[in-house]
Design a protein around this ligand. Structure first.
Ligand SMILES: [Zn+2]
Length: 351
């Protein structure tokens, strides 16, 4: 019998006031001396309040200023001789991405404490940076623990929660891409990882009618889904379960520097487009349901809402077809022409 070992988060807490579990988590991971990474705003809003709770531990606090490799290197150089047992990242995407790289470089356990829920990077083993305006993904170790306190996260801007919803919903089309790759080009497919990624996404799409992301039970569903996406990625050691053609489209927008959408908003638009193509060519998918669910949570469903023109969207779609061609998606399967993309944008009302 053959098994593969995978690193998955050992402790996952999602709920109101779960930050209280932090000392227990630290003790169980033998994190007696750790590096606490955060940024200026989160430090004042959250970290200052943790001081008493952390009084039994020894730690150094450093501020993350930008989401760049250079920043991670600066922190590694400063902390490199300290022999930390763990890195504790408290913050949004910027802080968590830098924390992942720093923990991997220092060979320390990572504890992820998200203060937003804007994408599935909360628990994934991938750090996303922008270098010279271009996107860059770095593989890291996954966090050993995720402590997602809803009382903290509910204070983040609602736009970020809607973005997180968009990133979760994108699994609906990314998993279809994976299945297409399995069926058409014989790619390895893992049912557990695919289910982890797609089931919470489908649940949220079908429940969109009643969703209010500011309510703790709904926010908890979102966090669960995003964390499970990250775990799915760690499970197969690839972003495959949560990143298909809709992510290529978003990366293309990043490369071109078009629009003002967040990652989640961009992939959500991409999901509507790719779902349409899946439905049209393979009879699977429901782009209208995806679009309606995004409208229900007040996430953007048109190019205009995130500062994009129709021409820019078409250009990004054509560029997306040239990106990461080894990742087989609906774009590689169908090879749509410019005219077909224009038709999709018109039919879906995206642009
Ligand atoms: Zn994503």
């Amino acid at each position: 019998m053959r098994f593969k070992t995978v690193d998955l988060p050992y402790h996952v807490y999602i709920g109101e006031d779960v930050i209280q579990k932090l000392p227990k988590v630290l003790r169980s991971l033998d994190a007696n001396y750790f590096l606490l990474l955060t940024d200026e705003i989160v430090k004042n809003l959250v970290v200052v309040g943790l001081k008493e709770m952390l009084s039994e531990f020894e730690y150094d606090l450093m501020l993350v200023e930008s989401a760049r490799m250079e920043e991670a290197r600066r922190i590694v150089l400063r902390g490199g001789f300290a022999d930390y047992d763990a890195v504790v990242g408290v913050g949004g995407g910027k802080v968590l991405d830098v924390s992942k790289v720093v923990a991997s470089e220092l060979n320390a356990t990572l504890i992820s404490i998200p203060t937003t829920a804007s994408h599935d990077g909360i628990a994934s083993p991938v750090a996303s940076f922008k270098e010279n305006g271009k996107p860059l993904s770095i593989s890291t170790n996954p966090p050993s623990a995720v402590v997602a306190d809803l009382n903290i996260i509910k204070n983040c801007p609602i736009r970020l929660l809607r973005s997180g919803y968009g990133d979760l919903v994108s699994n609906v089309s990314s998993v279809k891409d994976w299945q297409l790759a399995r069926d058409l080009v014989g790619e390895d497919y893992n049912e557990v990882a695919a289910s982890l990624a797609v089931m919470p996404a489908e649940l949220m799409v079908t429940k969109a009618d009643e969703l209010d992301l500011t309510l703790p039970p709904h926010l908890q569903m979102l966090l669960r889904g995003l964390i499970m996406s990250g775990v799915a990625i760690a499970f197969v050691g690839s972003s495959r379960p949560a990143s298909g053609a809709e992510h290529k489209f978003s990366h293309a927008l990043d490369y071109l520097g078009y629009g003002n959408g967040t990652h989640g908003e961009q992939v959500a638009l991409g999901t509507i487009i790719m779902e349409y193509l899946h439905e049209k060519h393979y009879g699977r998918g429901d782009w209208e349901q995806v679009k309606t669910s995004l409208e229900k949570v007040h996430a953007p469903t048109t190019a205009k809402e995130i500062g994009l023109t129709r021409e820019q969207v078409v250009e990004a779609l054509l560029l997306a077809m040239k990106l990461r061609k080894k990742r087989f998606t609906i774009l590689e399967a169908v090879k749509p022409t410019k005219e077909e993309f224009e038709l999709v944008l018109e039919k879906t009302g995206v642009a």
